[in-house]
Each structure stands twice: as structure tokens, then as C-alpha cells.
Design a binder for this molecule. Structure first.
Ligand code: ZN
Ligand code: ZN
Length: 271
């Protein structure tokens, strides 16, 4: 690319990123609309009202932060790209939460409000992802992504099969609330501690790089869903982003997280 092309390209990206602000402005108007709606409803106690209003604000401000980070990423600092994605994914989770909350009101108006909110966020989401795809450095097809990374005799990592990001860690150590050393599992939706004496069995399976057997092990000892980052049909690991993980809520309470892999296999990954 010549220098002129590069400058032209950069100014185009800048222009498009400024344009995303229009979508965010639209989301801002919707945020105000929902807050007005919540404030004017008498059947809700003040505490719940405040919580739900802060969720609506969270949806909006996470999107704004995603935009700030994207702006920095477009200037060449790619560390901000991941941060921008994190904020946008947080916003999407809050959107699901807000929708589950306003469904509490059985009014016709609510359905319109939900559609409007979802469409507005969808516009932001696709505009952001358009830039993410342009800014994400190509993963060289020659770069081989390992199935299992052995960090040490007592620590193994499972990288995302698409981008190589570490998505699961299994190691001997201390979980957040552990008094004793345990076998600590950290996946894309949660971390949990298992009995330390299970480690030998698990590490033997990891050494064989048999992900489906690791998954069965986790189904037996961790939770029914097994490895949250694993698609059994693909026999592959995916990070939060590439598993397209979505949090679902019921009346504002966490319900579950579902993942859809790049091949379209859908499953519940956390309950
Ligand atoms: Zn990934
Ligand atoms: Zn799959």
C-alpha cells in the first residue's frame, strides 16, 4: 500500500468510527425513553426501579466505552481492540438483562420498546464488528494453534481454535475462596475449584490432548455442561467471542449462558 493509500484508508476508518456515534446517539435516546418509562410505572418498588435504571444506563455506557476504546484501537494501539470488544459484549449482556426486566410489564407498548432497543443495539453491534474485522490482525494460516498447552507439570491451557486466546486454564493452586490447594478450573463463563486429588487423572487426559475426554471428565466432576469453551460437535475450543456466548436473564436474574460456535452448533454452556 502506498503512503497516500494508507492516509486515505486511515481517514476513512476515522470517518466511519465517527459515524458510529449516530447509532450510539440513537441508543441514548432509547435509554432516556426506557428510564422515563420505568420512572413513570407505579407498580415497581423504588429499589428495583433504581437497579433496573442502572442496567439501562450500563447498557448505554458500556457501548460508549466500547466506542472510546475502538477510537484508540484505530490509532494503532491494538490492546484497545480487546477492551472495546469486552465493553461491547458487556453491553450485549446488559441488553438481555434490560429486555428481561421490561418484559415484567405486560403492556403492548413494551413489545415496541424491546424491538426498538434491540434494533438500535444491533446497528451499533454491526458497525463495531465491521471495524473489529478490519482492525483485527490476520492470524497467519501458517501459525499452528495447539489443542493443549502444557505450561508446567501442574498447569495446562486450552487455546481458542480460531484466535489462539487462552480460554480454559486447569492448574493446581488456590481458587478465590480456597483454604486449601485445589485443582482450579477457569473457563469462559466461570471458575471453580475441584479436589486436588483429581488432578492426576485430569492431567493424564490433557497430556493425550483428548478434548472430548476432558469434557467428559468435567461433566463428571465440574458441572453438567462440561467445559464451557468446548463444542463437542466440532471437538474444538472457542473463546467467549468465537463461541458467540450470550447471557440470558429471567426477570433480571441470571438464567444461563448459551454459545453458538462458528459452525452454528448451539448449546447451553453455563447454567
Ligand atoms: Zn477466539
Ligand atoms: Zn461446533
Amino acid at each position: 500500500m502506498s503512503n497516500d493509500d494508507k492516509v486515505r484508508n486511515e481517514s476513512k476508518i476515522k470517518e466511519r468510527i465517527w459515524k458510529i456515534r449516530d447509532y450510539i446517539q440513537d441508543l441514548n435516546n432509547i435509554k432516556e425513553g426506557i428510564i422515563h418509562f420505568l420512572v413513570s410505572r407505579k407498580e415497581l418498588d423504588d429499589v428495583t426501579k433504581d437497579l433496573w435504571i442502572s442496567d439501562v444506563k450500563g447498557l448505554y455506557y458500556n457501548t460508549v466505552s466500547a466506542w472510546e476504546m475502538l477510537k484508540s484501537a484505530s490509532k494503532g494501539n491494538l490492546n484497545f481492540l480487546d477492551k472495546s470488544k469486552n465493553f461491547l459484549h458487556n453491553a450485549r449482556s446488559l441488553l438481555a438483562k434490560v429486555v428481561s426486566e421490561i418484559k415484567f410489564f405486560k403492556e403492548e407498548l413494551v413489545l415496541n420498546l424491546i424491538t426498538e432497543t434491540e434494533n438500535s443495539f444491533e446497528n451499533c453491534w454491526s458497525a463495531f464488528y465491521n471495524e473489529f474485522n478490519i482492525l483485527t490482525p490476520e492470524i497467519k494460516s501458517t501459525k499452528h494453534i495447539e489443542r493443549v498447552i502444557k505450561v508446567s507439570d501442574s498447569e495446562y491451557h486450552l487455546p481458542c481454535s480460531v484466535c489462539g486466546k487462552i480460554s480454559v486454564e486447569c492448574k493446581i493452586g488456590y481458587g478465590r475462596f480456597d483454604e486449601h490447594e485445589s485443582l482450579v478450573y477457569s473457563g469462559i463463563t466461570h471458575s471453580r475449584s475441584l479436589r486436588k486429588n483429581l488432578a492426576n487423572k485430569l492431567f493424564k487426559i490433557l497430556k493425550k490432548e483428548d478434548l472430548s475426554e476432558v469434557h467428559s471428565f468435567m461433566k463428571d466432576y465440574l458441572c453438567y455442561e462440561g467445559i464451557d469453551a468446548y463444542c463437542p460437535e466440532c471437538d474444538k475450543i472457542y473463546c467467549w467471542e468465537h463461541y458467540n456466548a450470550r447471557v440470558e436473564y429471567d426477570d433480571g436474574f441470571y438464567d444461563c449462558t448459551c454459545g453458538e460456535c462458528p459452525a452454528g452448533h448451539l448449546r447451553m454452556i453455563d447454567d
